[in-house]
Every structure is written in structure tokens, then in C-alpha cells.
Write a protein that binds this ligand. Structure first.
Ligand SMILES: Nc1nc2c(ncn2[C@@H]2O[C@H](COP(=O)(O)OP(=O)(O)O)[C@@H](O)[C@H]2O)c(=O)[nH]1
Ligand SMILES: [Mg+2]
Length: 368
């Protein structure tokens, strides 16, 4: 794993998300610098803070600095020249996560398109700066070269779009290939920092050492576990991200396409979030899953971090999110609370025991 120094805001939930995003992109966060404001003209940070950051990076020696805001190319350039290292802004970080996790031909194209859009918006600023004569040699590019660069991205985008238009067929093939493995499959969905990876590790913990051929060929985000004494495959999907820019939504959705051919989706919810946040995240998650075509009967709603709440608070959340008619369970991925019950529910979905399951889950969770 590579290392990062993270520059982010002061609120806990924002910090948690930023750290989890870094981890999804394979960066271990070695230091977090918290700031009230990250949109200063020259560096994003104030000039005084640059000195602090320089001191930190020379001590920690990270591979990159992750800046949890969108940086203009000029700001990125200024920061990189001061710190003498690669700077990843929030959007570049998210694009790295998508790039790492796209599997089908179609989702690769969607991610390439988002990457091209990211570069395009930056190329535009370069063209503008070059034209205004402000920074003619900006980042080593002359006016002419900036135009060439801009046109090259444009051409690339047209090319990707035409490939995308033809890629519907491949999606189908990909889905069939997965099915042929012949195992039941579980996917984890939910917001970044809800606890998906922790749950993934909890659920697959016992199996980690067993390394037979077939399973080592699966990607690191797919592992085996046992449900009702049978092997099932579980995968940790790309998390939902707060403030995802509009141009990345299609790329994000395409990374979720495996949810369509999985047997059950565990929707991991951070039950310790404040009510407003909780409702907003749940709604966006649920709507998106519906939009991409995941059936509600396949979903199990796991209220995670529930060891931090009492029974009444949990029931309030169930009301708030209107989960009464759905399959839900309060769990804790870190203390293992109700993890066995969650596995039982998964087993029941596998058996297609849906109508019965709804009643049973309600009773079980109310009375324990
Ligand atoms: N209190 C509590 N914290 C948890 C629980 N599960 C995960 N976390 C913490 O939540 C943070 C995000 O977890 P992670 O699994 O990386 O979330 P992901 O982004 O959804 O994969 C980490 O600091 C975890 O230690 C839980 O059940 N209870
Ligand atoms: Mg994760």
C-alpha cells in the first residue's frame, strides 16, 4: 500500500469519508491535516499553512498528498512545486478508485470518459490562461500545444462515446461469465465509511488463510465465505460518495453493475450518522440501486455501528428509513453483534424464502 498525507476539513464525518476514500484507492493515511477552509486562491490552503504542510511531508515522506477539495490546475501546480510531490485532489482520487475497480469493458469506458472530462475541464483553464497571456508557458505548454492537447482530449471523448454506444452486448457476456462460476454471490453496497470493508473482513475472516487455486485468482475485493455450510462469494463494491460531481455519476453506476447479477445485496448503513445525513444517504443509495435495476427483494439493510445506539434509537431509524416492510438487521461489524443473524438472513434469501423472512427479521430484531 502507498502512503498519503491527507488535507481535509474539520468535521468528523468528512474526515472519516476522506480517510476511507484514500483507503479505497490503496493509500494508507499517515497524517491528517484539518482545515476550516480549503479554497484559497493560490494553494487551496493559506500560505502560512503551506509551511506546516511542508514540515509534515518532509517528516512523513508520503507518496502523495491528497487534497480533499477540487483544485484548479494552477493550484495543483503551485502546491506540487512547493511540496515537490504529487498532489491528488478529491476528484482525481475518486477517479483512481473507479479505475481500480471497473471490471467490464463498459465500465472501463465510462471511467475513461469521466477521466477525459476531468482533464478537459483542466485543459480549458490552461487554454484560457494561455490566451490571456497570463501564463503563456503554463506547465511547460505553449499556446499552440495547449490547443493541441485540448483537441486531443476532445477526440478521445468522441472515440470513447462511440465505443460506449456499442458496448451493450459485452455487459451481457460479462454477467453470464460470472454466473458460470456456479456459486451464490453476495455484494456489499453503501456509503463510503459505512463499514463495508470492516464487515467484509468480519464475514470472511475465518476463510482468509485457506488459499486454493480457484479463489486466489479472484480479485482482492472478492472472497469466499460459508453460508449454510456452502461456499458463497462476497464482494466489496465501490462505496457511494458524498458530493459526487455530476460528470462522474455514470462511471460510478457502472462500477455497481455487478449488483445486478449478485444473489443478494447487503446495503450497509452507518446507523450512527445524524438523522438528516442518514436519511439523505439512504435515499440516494436506495434510489440509485433501484435505478440500476436491483430488486428490493434481494436487498438486506444492515444498520451498522449499532453497538453505539440503544434499542429505541435503532427502532427510530427503522421508522425513519421505512424499513419495516423490508429485510433489515442492526449489526456491528466491529463487535460482531448480530453478524450470525445477518448470515442467516442471507441464507434465507439464497433459499428464496422471502415472504417468511420479512416477518421473522422483524420479530428477531425487536426482541433480542
Ligand atoms: N463503532 C463502529 N465503527 C465501525 C464499525 N464498522 C466499521 N467501523 C469504522 O468505520 C470506519 C469506516 O469503515 P470501513 O469498513 O473502512 O468503511 P467502508 O468505507 O464502507 O469500507 C472505520 O474507522 C471502521 O473502524 C462498527 O460496527 N462500529
Ligand atoms: Mg471500504
Amino acid at each position: 500500500m502507498n502512503t498519503a498525507v491527507l488535507v481535509t476539513y474539520e468535521q468528523d464525518d468528512i474526515i472519516d469519508e476522506a480517510v476511507a476514500l484514500c483507503e479505497s484507492a490503496n493509500y494508507k493515511v499517515k497524517h491528517v491535516m484539518k482545515q476550516g477552509f480549503l479554497q484559497k486562491q493560490k494553494y487551496g490552503l493559506s500560505s502560512g499553512k503551506i509551511e506546516d504542510l511542508k514540515e509534515i511531508t518532509s517528516r512523513v515522506k508520503p507518496d502523495v498528498v491528497v487534497f480533499d477539495e477540487v483544485l484548479k490546475p494552477s493550484q495543483n501546480y503551485n502546491l506540487a512545486s512547493e511540496l515537490k510531490m504529487e498532489i491528488l485532489d478529491r476528484e482525481a482520487l475518486i477517479l483512481q478508485i473507479f479505475e481500480k475497480r471497473c471490471s467490464s469493458a463498459e465500465s472501463k469506458l465510462q471511467v475513461q470518459l469521466a477521466q477525459a472530462r476531468y482533464e478537459m475541464s483542466r485543459a480549458r483553464e490552461r487554454v484560457r490562461l494561455a490566451r490571456e497571456g497570463e501564463q503563456p508557458g503554463f506547465m511547460g505548454l505553449g499556446t499552440f500545444e495547449v490547443d493541441v492537447y485540448y483537441n486531443e482530449i476532445k477526440r478521445r471523448m468522441v472515440n470513447i462515446k462511440s465505443k460506449l454506444a456499442k458496448s451493450g452486448k459485452q455487459r451481457q457476456l460479462h454477467r453470464q461469465a460470472r454466473k458460470r462460476l456456479g456459486f451464490k454471490t453476495i455484494s456489499l453496497a453503501g456509503y463510503t465509511s459505512a463499514g463495508k470493508t470492516t464487515l467484509f473482513n468480519t464475514l470472511t475472516g475465518e476463510q482468509q488463510e485457506k488459499n486454493d487455486e480457484l479463489f486466489t485468482t479472484l480479485s482482492t475485493t472478492v472472497r469466499r465465505m460459508t453460508i449454510n455450510k456452502e461456499v458463497a462469494l462476497i464482494s466489496d463494491t465501490v462505496g457511494f460518495i458524498s458530493k459526487l460531481p455530476a460528470y462522474m455519476i455514470e462511471a460510478f453506476k457502472s462500477t455497481l453493475e455487478e449488483l445486478l447479477y449478485t444473489d443478494t445485496v447487503i446495503v450497509v448503513i452507518d446507523a450512527s450518522d445524524h438523522f438528516d445525513e442518514l436519511r439523505k444517504k439512504f435515499k440516494s443509495c436506495y434510489t440509485t440501486l433501484n435505478e440500476i435495476g436491483v430488486e428490493v427483494d434481494k436487498m438486506i439493510f444492515a444498520l451498522n455501528k449499532s453497538e453505539l445506539l440503544d434499542e429505541d434509537e435503532i427502532l427510530d431509524i427503522v421508522d425513519l428509513l421505512e424499513l419495516n416492510s423490508k429485510k433489515w438487521i442492526d449489526i456491528s461489524a466491529s463487535t460482531q453483534k448480530n453478524v450470525d443473524k445477518l448470515k442467516e438472513i442471507v441464507g434465507n434469501v439464497f433459499r428464496n424464502d422471502i415472504s417468511h423472512e420479512k416477518d421473522e427479521v422483524g420479530v428477531k430484531t425487536y426482541e433480542n
